[in-house]
Design a protein. Structure first.
Length: 523
């Protein structure tokens, strides 16, 4: 068992997380780039933000002339980079913000003003990186926090497995001509947390085994004053986590169970329990997946990664809340020891589980964690996150996480959080109709596949058999947390893992810990 060095270090939690940079000292020359924003006026004319107006005045109206000459689009997420405008900057990225005073759009379930800023800043970052900039300055664009998020998410790269000499420079990010540096810093924290989840998810499965993941957790969380306990196979077997062990037994990589505790509130405050799916590779087991696309299942631990990312930021922001996380880490592999179709195991709550489909392994590991976490921590709210079913990807694509909630209040909270972060959620049904589909069996209590269609709902109904009388949110994230497969968002890299829904989890935890501080009026 490995324990964090000092247990709870409450006053260390204000520590500022170092932003990963590879940059300036390694570059022979420094190239500065600047991102400025332009709204689309009533008649289609460009309208500058205050900072952009000042900069345009400083360089004799050159920016306005160039926008008109080039016919650059002023829609959010569109932009153009210009050189030779100012002695200080190698390149200026002029980015569109759409119409002025955009706000909450109920049908779209998003704050369009904030999202426009994220898109604009993301596009600015991409344009300046193409220009070889090593320092990116971005103005506040009306929402400094979202400007920081968009830029930092867009500039992230996964290149850890390239030769060091061939690593591309990741530019540093600074705020330009805006007094609200606190919001900007908060945005950087949030984006860096998501980038941590992206790195953990994207790392190949042979380099991110259960033990590697556990080590990463210790490295990333313990210095922030978060306690990480790492339990080995003997401990897991002794705790009678039979469903978890049924999955883990198929692989030679030893399983690991993580207990993570953040204590930011009073000791007697009931904690929030977070449970993350941590399958470091999912081959499907004996119900083997098809070869094309199997490599994406290295990110079958993206739920756990999002929780780890969110917790690091919770600590950096010193949120007054107590959180316990339980993560079961293992591989799902076919072998002589692998679970077989039709096997029956006893869940920790005494319910027998039939394993009809060995590819439905996530819910088996989650079930044991949920029972264990509820009994150990007596939480007030359970949040579980995992890439549970391809069905949710078929339904919602890269658009939203499917969220199942047994509480209207909690659903409102998570929806509000996702409106603010732009990492959207969509409510799915948690009906008795689906409960019957997984429990109506003669010889066992629960089946891990269930009868009929509606996989995401059947998975949620399965987990529901292990949840007791508490508020519960279940995130099915297969569509959003794995490969970003479209170009709608300039701040995500195509065909790389997205780290979603880290920021929505974070925003939700923020709302729950500071209930009276709302960003904007959202129902
Ligand atoms: Zn599977
Ligand atoms: Zn899986």
């Amino acid at each position: 068992m490995i324990r964090s060095p000092g247990g709870f270090l409450k006053n260390v939690t204000r520590r500022i997380i170092g932003i990963r940079r590879l940059c300036s000292d390694e570059c022979p020359t420094e190239r500065k780039g600047l991102i400025v924003g332009v709204y689309e006026g009533e008649d289609g004319e460009p309208v500058f933000t205050p900072a952009a107006q000042k900069f345009n005045d400083k360089c004799d109206n050159k920016i306005l002339e160039l926008i008109k000459q080039s016919g650059a689009s002023l829609h959010p997420g569109k932009g153009k980079a210009f050189n030779n405008i100012d002695n200080e900057f190698w390149a200026i990225a002029v980015v569109g913000l759409g119409k002025e005073k955009l706000g909450y759009n109920e049908l779209e379930a998003i704050d369009e003003g904030m999202e426009a800023v994220r898109m604009a800043a993301g596009m600015g970052g991409v344009l300046l990186r193409k220009q070889g900039c090593t320092r990116v300055l971005v103005e506040g664009l009306g929402f400094p926090e979202q400007a920081a998020e968009g830029t930092a998410l867009a500039l992230w790269r996964y290149q850890e497995n390239k030769m060091r000499e061939h690593w591309k420079v990741i530019p540093s990010i600074e705020l330009y001509d805006d007094p609200d540096s606190d919001s900007f810093q908060r945005g950087l924290f949030k984006a860096e947390s998501q980038n941590l989840a992206r790195r953990l998810s994207d790392t190949p499965a042979n380099l991110m085994t259960p033990l590697h993941f556990a080590q990463e957790c210790v490295n990333e969380l313990c210095p922030c004053g978060i306690r990480v306990e790492v339990h080995d196979r003997d401990w897991i077997e002794h705790a009678k986590m039979n469903a978890f062990m049924a999955v883990a037994r198929g692989s030679c990589e030893p399983p690991v169970l993580l207990e993570i505790s953040y204590c930011g509130g009073p000791q007697d405050m009931k904690p929030i329990l977070m449970v993350g799916k941590g399958i470091t590779f999912d081959s499907g087991g004996l119900c083997l997946k098809k070869c094309p696309g199997m490599s994406r299942y290295r990110a079958d631990m993206s739920g756990a990664a999002a929780i780890v990312g969110a917790l690091r930021c919770v600590s950096a922001l010193s949120l007054p809340i107590n959180i316990n996380a339980v993560i079961a880490l293992c591989e799902n592999m076919p072998s002589g020891m692998a679970m077989k179709c039709g096997d029956v195991v006893m869940g920790m709550n005494g319910k027998s589980i039939m394993i009809t489909d060995t590819d439905n392994e996530g819910r088996l590991t989650l079930a044991d964690c949920i029972v264990f976490g509820q009994a150990t921590y007596k939480p007030r709210l359970l949040i579980d996150v995992g890439s549970l079913t391809p069905g949710i990807r078929s339904a919602l694509g890269f658009g939203a996480s499917g969220v199942f909630a047994n509480s209207q209040t909690m659903w409102s909270q998570v929806r509000k959080a996702s409106v603010i972060t732009g990492d959207r959620v969509w409510r799915m049904p948690l009906w008795k109709y689906f409960d019957k589909k997984v429990t109506n069996y003669r010889s066992v209590d629960v089946d891990n596949k269930g009868k009929g269609k509606g996989d995401p709902c059947l998975a949620a109904a399965f987990l529901n058999q292990f949840v007791h009388c508490i508020d519960w949110l279940h995130f099915d994230t297969t569509g959003v947390s794995m490969l970003a497969d479209d170009k709608v968002y300039p701040y995500y890299t195509k065909n790389r893992m997205s780290g979603r829904p880290t920021r929505t989890l974070l925003q939700l935890l923020y709302q729950l810990s500071c209930p009276n501080e709302g960003a904007r009026d959202i129902k």
